[in-house]
Design a protein around this ligand. Structure first.
Ligand code: SAH
Ligand code: DHB
Ligand code: MG
Length: 222
């Protein structure tokens, strides 16, 4: 799509204007590329949005599903402050290893509890640990399980918490009935589940930028 170039240019403009070099984590993105990780981290402006939302609600405990190289994890870890915690799940041991090194370089290791394995198998354990509830959840892993992750996030969150889900628009596939891939079906199942869930109020916003045309679903626990 010809617009993609313009979207990227504007993301670069936003980054240059509003995101400092210390915030930008260029070394993390370079390390991810060297390790052959897919470049599907959130964009810098999106990472900063997650950070600002977490700061705005004073989040101290964050749940993340889908770590990849720890780029979004670090944006969130910076928001929770000293003594705060980001519990993040990653199924791929190689991704987790790269993430660990990135998170350490950013000085965030003490704030990040990185757990390696399939999130759906590990979330029940988190539930039984009976730790403090989460203030914010960021769901960004395998899209077909989005509704299931949302259920866990809701179960593990406090009233007033935010649950944010990445990649719910998928170049418009969410609203195109001819699209029946796992991402589109997962996104629709998520919208259905959220619409039927009386304990949250929610919206979704489309985004364009360096990562193409997609969107976030944002729910607030009542
Ligand atoms: N949140 C990251 C990007 C995550 S990409 C960022 O913005 O920087 C999605 C990640 O989810 C990948 O690393 C993938 O390995 C992981 N993933 C896929 N299925 C998973 C599962 N069942 N449990 C945990 N992680 C999973
Ligand atoms: C994919 C996953 C993501 O989390 C993302 O932001 C973009 C793409 C994917 O699996 O294709
Ligand atoms: Mg994503």
């Amino acid at each position: 799509m010809f617009e993609e170039k313009a979207w990227r240019r504007v993301d670069d403009y936003i980054g240059a204007a509003l995101i400092s070099k210390e915030e930008a984590q260029e070394e993390t993105l370079a390390a991810n590329a060297r390790a052959g990780l897919p470049a599907i981290d959130v964009s810098p402006p999106q990472g900063k949005l997650l950070h600002l939302l977490a700061c705005a609600i004073g989040a101290r405990r964050v749940l993340e599903v889908g770590t990849l190289g720890g780029y979004s994890t670090t944006w969130l870890a910076r928001a929770v402050g000293e003594g705060g915690k980001v519990v993040t799940f990653e199924v791929d041991a190689r991704h987790a290893e790269v993430a660990r090194a990135n998170i350490a370089r950013e000085g965030m290791s003490a704030r990040v509890d990185l757990r390696v394995g399939p999130a759906l198998e590990m979330l029940p354990r988190l539930e039984s640990e009976r730790a403090q509830p989460f203030d914010l959840a960021f769901i960004d892993a395998d899209k077909p399980n989005n509704a299931a992750y949302f259920d866990y996030a809701l179960k593990l969150s406090r009233p007033g918490a935010l649950i944010i889900v990445d990649n719910v628009v998928r170049e418009g596939a969410v609203a195109d009935p001819s699209k029946t891939d796992g991402g589109a079906l997962g996104a629709r199942a998520l919208f259905d589940a959220v619409a039927a869930e009386g304990r949250v109020e929610a919206t979704a916003v489309q985004t364009v930028g360096a990562k193409g045309w997609d969107g976030f679903l944002i729910a607030r626990v009542k």
